[in-house]
Write a protein that binds this ligand. Sequence first.
Ligand code: AMP
Ligand code: FE
Ligand code: FE
Ligand code: ZN
Length: 301
Amino acid sequence: MSHPSKTVREANSIIHASEEKHVAVRLYDLHIHSSCSDGRLAVEAVVQLAVNAGLTGFSLTDHDTVSGLARAKECADASGLVFIPGLELNTDYVDDEVHILGFFINPEHPELNLKLADLKAKRKQRARLIVDRLNELGFSMDFERVRAVAGDKVIGRPHIARTMVECGFAATEKEAFDRYIGRGQPAFVPRYSFTPEEAIKIIIDSGGLPFLAHPGKIRDQAIIPALVQMGLCGLEVYYPEHSEDEIHRFLELAEYHGLLVSGGSDFHGPGSGEKREMLGLSYIEEDGFQRILEYLKGKRD
Ligand code: AMP
Ligand code: FE
Ligand code: FE
Ligand code: ZN
């Protein structure tokens, strides 16, 4: 079984040490961000780290964008890695942020691309409103500075947090969230309306499989059955911030609802906060990946 606190290399070396034959386990990290959204590294650098970590395959799951997928596939093909096109859609449900991962989506699906273009524009408007609020709170901050941090990519609150740190308004990005831009804080601006139901539907319509990202971060976990009713087909059980207890609970929940199991590091690159800096920190093994492939094949046949 996958272990969330071992790196891919450690897991492989343990297996090497405990087996007579030197057979490396095949591991897949199915939750990785690049600078196409709020990750710090370009796609090329991310794929190189996936190679260095000794992974068999990975999914690039940038927030609300598929713009890195074509390049990621080229790099993965050139490196002999299995590539799973993915994305992470950030939605809101009751009082919770619900992030839905979509694996095996068709990045060229027209409706998906229309929706993503709309989200990108709305994210920019929201970022402007957050910066306005910060200015009202007395921080002199220019939106162009946030834009420079985000580049032409999908803007998220992490870019604003990074800008606040650069300007000396917060010591860390976490502090920026905890004191100013996190939910319930004075410069928090609610997201444009985007529900998990819509996200799940658009992932399914574009040929993908919707999974609930990091269920341990959901405050009211009683909402999970409602998400299953909406068509969710898997849970991200293996995640760096999930405790052993949570992992067991989510495995049982997945079994109870007949859901698939995924795992990934939520890598965002160096400087993004302890647990998000190591690609391959959480993963699934070959058997779990094959179950996902079989399910996908069953859906497409
Ligand atoms: P957005 O989609 O623009 O609302 O930003 C959501 C992203 O902000 C999440 O995917 C996390 O990466 C990050 N985030 C949310 N809350 C926090 C927090 N309290 N501390 C650090 N990062 C956070
Ligand atoms: Fe993120
Ligand atoms: Fe997330
Ligand atoms: Zn993520």
